[in-house]
Design a protein around this ligand. Structure first.
Ligand SMILES: NC(=O)c1ccc[n+]([C@@H]2O[C@H](COP(=O)([O-])OP(=O)(O)OC[C@H]3O[C@@H](n4cnc5c(N)ncnc54)[C@H](OP(=O)(O)O)[C@@H]3O)[C@@H](O)[C@H]2O)c1
Length: 220
């Protein structure tokens, strides 16, 4: 089985890479910095340089990955933006968060979705419960919330145009990573174990779903 994990240098992406490798998968793992590629190679992954905010980097995937096929693509790359709705983002802040968390995945879709084992395969976006409009209980990290709600819609929409691919937006829980912080409730290994199980259990009938790492459906 072959997986492409986008945003694999740290945290959940690194944990997913280690887990799939341990399960015997062939994993292509991406880093945006050259200096992070040897780490991925030493784990046994095929390292790939990709910055999802650089159009040239996105466009290069067409020829760099020519002929490749995957069973699973996981879009993990993401950045956090803190602040409530009274903290108005600058255009630069808005563009960076939306570019990293949403546009990068949207732009990779036409190149990578056809590589999903003749269109049969799974496309996972690591979303967040903070992307749920129905379950919002505060305005904390509002730009990040906006980006994950948009990511969710991108996943839901893509399911219509690639009907043989299983799409899912998955929340990993609150995880102890650079983004989640030390006070988070989940270790990376536990989140990754849950995500792995949820992903394995997804079928085409689930395409366009929004779930957490325990497999519970989340409200949009
Ligand atoms: N941790 C949590 O509690 C939590 C909760 C809900 C959702 N999530 C989501 O889970 C995903 C992973 O989060 P994490 O906690 O593992 O965060 P993290 O430790 O901060 O890792 C973020 C990853 O995204 C990559 N990335 C950032 N900008 C990129 C770009 N322009 N191009 C390519 N890769 C880029 C980073 O690469 P570099 O090393 O090069 O920066 C890194 O590998 C994110 O989408 C996040 O929103 C996390």
């Amino acid at each position: 089985m072959r997986a492409l994990i986008i945003g694999a240098t740290r945290g959940i992406g690194l944990g997913l890479t280690q887990r799939y490798l341990a399960d015997g998968w062939h994993v292509t793992a991406t880093a945006r910095r050259e200096a992070d590629l040897p780490q991925l190679q030493s784990l046994g992954a095929k390292p790939l340089k990709l910055d999802v905010t650089l159009p040239s980097s996105i466009m290069s995937m067409e020829w760099v990955l020519a002929g490749e096929q995957y069973d699973l693509v996981i879009y993990v790359a993401g950045i956090l933006s803190r602040g409530p709705a009274t903290a108005v983002p600058t255009q630069a802040e808005f563009d960076l968060v939306m570019h990293t968390n949403v546009l990068g995945m949207m732009q990779l879709l036409p190149c990578l979705a056809p590589k999903l084992a003749n269109q049969h395969g799974k496309w996972i976006a690591i979303s967040s419960g903070m992307g749920s409009i129905a379950e919002a209980q505060s305005s904390a990290n509002w730009l990040y919330r906006v980006s994950k709600a948009a990511l969710n819609m991108a996943i839901r929409s893509a399911a219509f145009d690639y009907p043989a691919v299983t799409f899912a937006a998955l929340c990993p829980g609150w995880v102890k990573t650079d983004m989640g912080g030390p006070q988070a409730t989940l270790e990376v290994a536990d989140s990754v174990q849950g995500l792995r199980q949820v992903i394995a259990g997804l079928s085409l009938a689930d395409s366009g779903c929004y779930k957490n790492h325990l497999g519970h459906s989340l409200s949009w």
